[in-house]
Write a protein that binds this ligand. Structure first.
Ligand code: FE2
Length: 170
């Protein structure tokens, strides 16, 4: 993306708005993840969610610091997409009565959230780079790496919890 300097003020507004939306995302997750931990049966899944909950708290703090440095205050703009993902996750989990199916639903829901976060953080990191905000760009990059790691861990748990059809039949 190339931006003329006249557009940078608007890009800065979009950048701040998206940081506030990401903070709303992380704060909604701090409430949602414990419910997923409670409903999960597989021990490794519970542990992965538990450690991602701690990472999520750090990620929220990182955003608060960036917002404080950038705007002098910490405000949020509600992420409607995350609220919808959480609502959909609750429905999927509620409808699964079998333990392993419920774990599969939890993993599917959690991975959807990770991908949403990776996409959103990726764009915001790019905005930070264009605006010359190098320290925030590095902090956002750290969060993207953590989200990617959480996603890969969930994939490996899914492969073990839900073996493919031929392995399940064996
Ligand atoms: Fe996160």
């Amino acid at each position: 993306m190339k931006f003329f300097s006249a557009n940078l003020a608007n890009l800065r507004e979009l950048y701040i708005n998206q940081l506030q939306m990401l903070l709303s995302t992380e704060r909604q997750l701090v409430v949602a993840i414990p419910k997923m931990i409670e409903k999960a049966s597989d021990l490794q899944l519970k542990q992965a969610l538990q450690s991602h909950l701690q990472e999520t708290e750090v990620q929220a703090t990182r955003l608060e610091e960036i917002l404080r440095q950038t705007t002098g205050e910490v405000e949020t703009v509600k992420s409607k997409a995350l609220a919808a993902l959480v609502e959909e996750a609750e429905d999927m989990i509620k409808d699964a009565s079998d333990e392993s199916v419920r774990d599969a639903a939890i993993i599917a829901a959690a991975q959807r959230v990770e991908h949403y976060e990776i996409a959103t953080y990726g764009a915001v990191r790019h905005f930070a780079q264009i605006l010359g905000e190098s320290t925030p760009a590095q902090l956002l990059d750290q969060t993207i790496k953590e989200e990617g790691h959480a996603d890969h861990l969930l994939t490996s748990i899914a492969n073990r919890v839900n073996p493919s059809a031929d392995r399940a039949a064996a």
